[in-house]
Structures are given as structure tokens and as C-alpha cells.
Design a protein around this ligand. Structure first.
Ligand code: GYE
Length: 379
């Protein structure tokens, strides 16, 4: 992979200075552990530095400047997002050698672009973007490119030339949607409902976000295959619980006989359950309406365990450690293994036995949800 162009951090000039005054510096220098970003333990520095070139010794002795990371987050709309933010804050801690500049864009695409522009102005070493929308990035990414600041993308994607970002770590949203379709197909078949008319509604995520378009596209392949599946409506709940509840309520006000609700995340699913409950309509594994969801957060899996949600298609929010790993590699001038990496994800169901889901783009066994599984989950 092509090495990203990046200007060196201020450390370089410190190294230069130290080389100039090396003999003087050496005699005065004892380095202590426990201080942030100092490379070697308290010891006789003369002894430790023996055999090293002046440049190598200087590199060891100079306190490393923290790596400045600007991270622009989508917002705080869901449990998934909160887990993603937590992972970012834990990963890019001061103790780990980072100076993190974190911006919550509150679902405003303009705020995201402004944040990136500020990161460029403030000379971040790296910029990490979780983009609300895939479009609107060309100008600012070009600016980052010309400022030689590597850009890493996490979670959702951006539609731009590949050279404008160094790497992406996220999910295959189309595949997630396909698994949801494959599970529903299999479930209806197993329950003798393969030929029945099935009335489906979808509660979309934020319109235009790659998580929304991908899941929609994947599930649509299964809608297309089944003439008896009637897709009645798809409206956005903006990935929030309030949004899910409100959209479900409006569906119930104007539509009858809904068999399946596809919610594009867990918060929307919980909102939809509340609206169904309020309307006195039974749902879940003991009820009339089948609920599907995405994310598989703790709250989502608890709902799967007690039968409110039938199946939950996992989306992994822990991409920050992957971005940090890439940064460490770039710092060490090592090549990245891949430019795009899809994180591992599973399909959880309320059923006791695993079922093999096969789609045109992948296959995997479903995972039955248990209390123990939920307990040891990170988010
Ligand atoms: O499904 C939802 C969140 O982009 C995958 O955004 C993410 C989605 C996730 O708010 O809960």
C-alpha cells in the first residue's frame, strides 16, 4: 500500500536540537518511567545508550510528543453510538500517547465538515471521521490530503476517491441486510408460512447514511424474491428510540395487519415495541408481529432473550482500536495490512439452535442469545 504523505510531528525539531547539544544533554539526562511518553526506564543513561548511534539515542531520550487525533463522531443518537464513543475515548487516552480532540456532531453533516476543517487548521496528526452521510466531503478531504494529514474512516462510508483516506474500518451493511432477509425467509418457511401473504414495514435509520442504504439494499434482495412479501412502508426513525416509536405509531394509525417490522437499529426496535404495546398489539415470539433489528447492543439482546425481538443482526461499534492500530503502524512507517477492513459480526436469535444463513455474499450460523452472552458483552 502506498505510504501516506504526512509531515513529521514536532518531535523532529526536538531531535534536531538534541543532536546539536548531544554531549551536554547526555551528561544532564536521567529518564524516568511513569512520565508520559518517555521511552526508557530510570537508569544510568550513559550505560543504556552505549552502542547506539547519536540519532537512535536522541530518539530514545526525547519525550515523545503525544499524537494529536481529531475524531468527529456522528452524534449520540443510539446505544451503539454511545458504545462507539466510549471505545474512542478509552482507546485514544493520554496514557496511550494520544491527545484526543473529540467532536460530537449531533447528526449535523455541516458540523462534521467544520470539525474536520478545524482539525486541519489545528494541525492534527491524524483525523478520524465517522461520517453521517457519504456525500459532501470532497472539498475538505482534498484540504486534508494537501495538508498531509492522514484521514481514517470508521463505521459508515464516504463516497470519494480512495486516495483521500488512508483506511476504513466498519461494517458490511448490505450483508447485514441480506442476513436479515435470509433469516426471515428461513423462519417463515420453518413455520409453514412460506407461501402466506406477509405484510412488512421498515423503520429506516438516518436517510442516506450508508448504514441505512446498505441495510435497505441487502433486505430488498429478499423482498424482490418473494412476491408474497408486501413492503408497505419505509420511513426514517433516525436511529433513535423516539423516532422508532413515532414512526411505528404512524404506521399503526394508517395500516392494518402488519406481520413484520424491520427496525434498522435496536433503539428504533425498542421504540416500535413501545408503540405496539401502547396500541395493544401483541408482538415478539409469543405475539402476532415479528420484530427484526440491527446492532445487537445489550439492550437489544435482552429484548431478544425475552422474546420481544426475534432476531438481531450485529453491527460492531468497536472500531477505534483498529484505527489506533493503523496509527501506530503509520507512526512506525510500517505498511497497513489492508485499506478496508470489515469487523467481525454475528446474527443473534431467540431460537435454541443455530441456523445456517446463506446469502449471495456470505454465510454464517446464527447464535442463540443467553444470559451469559449478554453479561460478558462489552456494549
Ligand atoms: O446501527 C445505529 C447508529 O452507523 C452502524 O448508527 C451505525 C448506526 C447504528 O446510530 O445504532
Amino acid at each position: 500500500m502506498k505510504k501516506p504523505l504526512r509531515k513529521s510531528r514536532p518531535r523532529t525539531s526536538a531531535v534536531f536540537l538534541i543532536l546539536l547539544f548531544f554531549p551536554l544533554f547526555l551528561s544532564a539526562c536521567t529518564v524516568k518511567t511513569g512520565q508520559p511518553n518517555v521511552g526508557i526506564a530510570e537508569t544510568d543513561s550513559m550505560e543504556l545508550l552505549q552502542g547506539l548511534s547519536a540519532a537512535e539515542a536522541a530518539d530514545l531520550l526525547v519525550p515523545q510528543a503525544p499524537i494529536k487525533v481529531g475524531f468527529v463522531q456522528v452524534g449520540h443518537e443510539s446505544d451503539w453510538r454511545i458504545a462507539s464513543t466510549k471505545s474512542c475515548l478509552e482507546t485514544f487516552r493520554e496514557e496511550n500517547g494520544y491527545e484526543l480532540y473529540f467532536v460530537d456532531a449531533d447528526n449535523d453533516p455541516k458540523k462534521q465538515v467544520d470539525a474536520v476543517r478545524n482539525f486541519i487548521r489545528d494541525r492534527m496528526d491524524y483525523i478520524i471521521i465517522d461520517p453521517i452521510l457519504p456525500t459532501g466531503w470532497d472539498a475538505v478531504l482534498t484540504e486534508a490530503y494537501h495538508a498531509h494529514i492522514p484521514v481514517l474512516l470508521v463505521d459508515r462510508t464516504i463516497t470519494c476517491k480512495e486516495r483521500y483516506y488512508t483506511a476504513w474500518f466498519g461494517s458490511d451493511f448490505v450483508l447485514e441486510g441480506e442476513y436479515a432477509g435470509a433469516w426471515l425467509e428461513d423462519y417463515l418457511e420453518r413455520n409453514g408460512r412460506g407461501k402466506e401473504t406477509v405484510r412488512i414495514v421498515t423503520i429506516n435509520g438516518t436517510e442516506g447514511a450508508s448504514a441505512q442504504t446498505g441495510r435497505t439494499q441487502g433486505f430488498a434482495k429478499y423482498l424482490d424474491r418473494h412476491a408474497n412479501w408486501h413492503h408497505l412502508a419505509a420511513e426514517s426513525g433516525d436511529f433513535t428510540e423516539a423516532g422508532g416509536r413515532q414512526v411505528m405509531k404512524s404506521y399503526l394509525d394508517r395500516l392494518t395487519g402488519i406481520d413484520v417490522v424491520v427496525c434498522q437499529n435496536d433503539n428504533e426496535a425498542l421504540g416500535a415495541c413501545a408503540a405496539l404495546q401502547e396500541a395493544g398489539i401483541s408482538y415478539g415470539t409469543d405475539g402476532d408481529v415479528i420484530i427484526l433489528s440491527f446492532d445487537a447492543t445489550k439492550a437489544g439482546l435482552e429484548a431478544v432473550l425475552d422474546g420481544r425481538i426475534h432476531a438481531d443482526f450485529e453491527c460492531n461499534p468497536l472500531s477505534a482500536p483498529y484505527a489506533a492500530d493503523a496509527i501506530q503502524k503509520l507512526e512506525a512507517n510500517k505498511p497497513l495490512d489492508v485499506k478496508k477492513l470489515e469487523l467481525p459480526e454475528r446474527c443473534f436469535t431467540n431460537e435454541d439452535t443455530p441456523i445456517l444463513l446463506q446469502t449471495e455474499n456470505g454465510s454464517k450460523w446464527t447464535v442463540p442469545v443467553t444470559k451469559e452472552r449478554i453479561k460478558c458483552r462489552a456494549y
